[in-house]
Design a protein around this ligand. Structure first.
Ligand code: SF4
Ligand code: SF4
Length: 453
């Protein structure tokens, strides 16, 4: 089996896929479901319900409030209790809709049957209709970034899509949600790919999967054997293989230039496997995005597992379903250990981008004290974006934002490979993120000023 990979940098953290063989089960409904209005990149959604309103599963509770935005749908039936704030996975208080759960009544328009619908049965689905249904269903990137999917399906006039790449890499240690989805719903994912290809008018689709998931490679290769348009691309296990730019490099042997260039600038529309599944459900089943596959994992958990979770379910409830928090110091992450964020409490709700709840013991999460940089260059060698992380970290500490911008800090994909590899345990990524945030703010203000001139 020929394995493909990206050319620059990368690291090899232990993969710790503890829950690979655990079939996903439906998580219990929460008593109260909480829906932050900001679950995507762009403007927060605007509530269209108020206290006392009755909702069903699939009722729109907040509408998109700008071009880059997405509506939010209730994952439960019940009564709106309040619109208040909640601390979400970012650690900030965010406006949110709280719904007291009563029963499990679904909107009639949602097709709950298991029947597989294909494009061959639905000639009425034009590219425009597919994009409209994806937009109306609130589908956003399920790999974590949370970019509204319909925007990726309408590339700018300066770019021409040549292929769709389905990202089944799941290179973050511990997480197995995408793997389970590929094993349990391969046919729906393939129809999702078909819909995405039709939406962007291309005749070529790739599915990139890392070598540590041989069963998924085998299954999807078998299922696509009859379709010359689709190719499963086995990938070498190397982090961050699932980064969009790294995946485009591995699959197409093309490099995406620095921002503002995006994958479609070199012809690729990249979508996560979870997004392909959500597209299938939105277009073929009229099911908006209100539940997802989420892994709940950790070496000290009694039963690491994969769940189909209604959004708004608190992390604590899922951890309880896996045997509860281990009896030691713990750090709970939204996401995996490389890119996840520690949560402040267990009331944080599952949102569209929650691919994993990872419980690390205090010992595993412990950071060694930072020592002086020994100029070994390992962080440079590890960086998949060809940056100089030690330099970016230093410039961030010095608040030298002009130089940071020139050194292309905005190309940093926050993968953490530099910090992972540093023998001096320097908090490289923490520093870079502060500097990157400041530079992005400066660029945004500059662009806004240009537009008002
Ligand atoms: S976090 Fe940024 S600087 Fe560090 S290795 Fe990843 S892309 Fe490079
Ligand atoms: S890996 Fe750490 S010690 Fe080595 S050059 Fe980078 S920051 Fe310095």
């Amino acid at each position: 089996m020929k394995l493909h990979t990206f050319k620059i940098g990368g690291v090899h953290p232990e993969d710790n896929k503890l829950s690979s063989d655990v079939v996903a089960v439906e998580a219990a409904l929460p008593k109260v479901a909480v829906f932050p209005l900001s679950q995507h990149i762009g403007a927060p959604a605007k509530p269209v319900v108020g206290k006392g309103d009755k909702v069903k599963v699939g009722t729109m509770i907040a509408e998109a409030s700008g071009f880059v935005s997405a509506p939010i749908f209730s994952s439960v039936s019940g009564t709106v209790a309040k619109i208040d704030t909640v601390i979400d996975a970012t650690g900030y208080q965010k406006p949110a809709i709280f719904i007291n759960v009563e029963g499990d009544e679904w909107e009639d328009r949602i097709d709950r049957s298991e029947t597989l619908e294909t494009l061959a049965n639905h000639p009425e689905l034009t590219p425009e209709e597919i994009v409209a249904r994806v937009k109306d269903a609130g589908v956003t990137g399920m790999g974590g970034a949370g970019f509204p999917t319909f925007i990726k399906l309408t590339p700018p006039p300066t770019a021409k899509a040549e292929c769709v790449i389905i990202n089944g890499v799941e290179c973050e240690p511990y997480i197995t949600a995408d793997y389970r989805l590929m094993m349990e719903h391969p046919d729906e994912i393939l129809v999702g790919l078909d819909l995405l290809m039709k939406a962007v008018r291309v005749e070529k689709g790739f599915i990139g999967i890392e070598e540590n998931k041989p069963e998924a490679i085998r299954l999807l290769t078998e299922k696509t054997a009859h379709d010359p348009r689709v190719e499963v691309v086995p990938l070498k296990q190397k982090y961050p293989q699932g980064g969009e730019k790294q995946l485009v490099d591995a699959v197409m042997n093309r490099q995406v230039p620095a921002p503002p260039a995006i994958p479609v600038s070199v012809g690729a529309v990249v979508q996560n496997v979870g997004t392909a599944y959500a597209v299938y459900q939105a277009v073929m089943k009229r099911k908006p995005l209100f539940e997802r596959y989420t892994t709940v994992t950790g070496k000290r958990l009694d039963h690491p597992a994969n769940f189909i979770v209604r959004m708004g379910t608190p992390f604590g409830q899922l951890i309880e379903a896996c045997g509860g928090l281990p009896d030691c110091d713990n750090k709970v992450l939204a996401g995996g250990p490389m890119m996840g964020k520690a949560v402040l409490n267990l009331d944080v709700p599952v949102c569209k981008g929650t691919n994993s709840v990872t419980v690390l013991s205090g010992a595993d999460a412990h950071r060694q004290s930072a020592q002086p940089c020994i100029r070994c260059g390992k962080c440079v060698e590890a960086c998949p974006m060809g940056l100089e992380p030690y330099l970016l970290a230093t410039l961030s500490s010095l608040k030298d934002y002009d130089r940071l911008e020139k050194e292309e800090v905005t190309s940093c994909i926050s993968c953490g490979s530099c910090q992972f590899t540093c023998p001096s345990h320097r908090p490289i990524l923490d520093n870079i993120l502060q500097g990157k945030g400041a530079v992005m703010g400066i660029i945004k203000a500059r662009n806004a000023a240009k537009q008002t001139k």
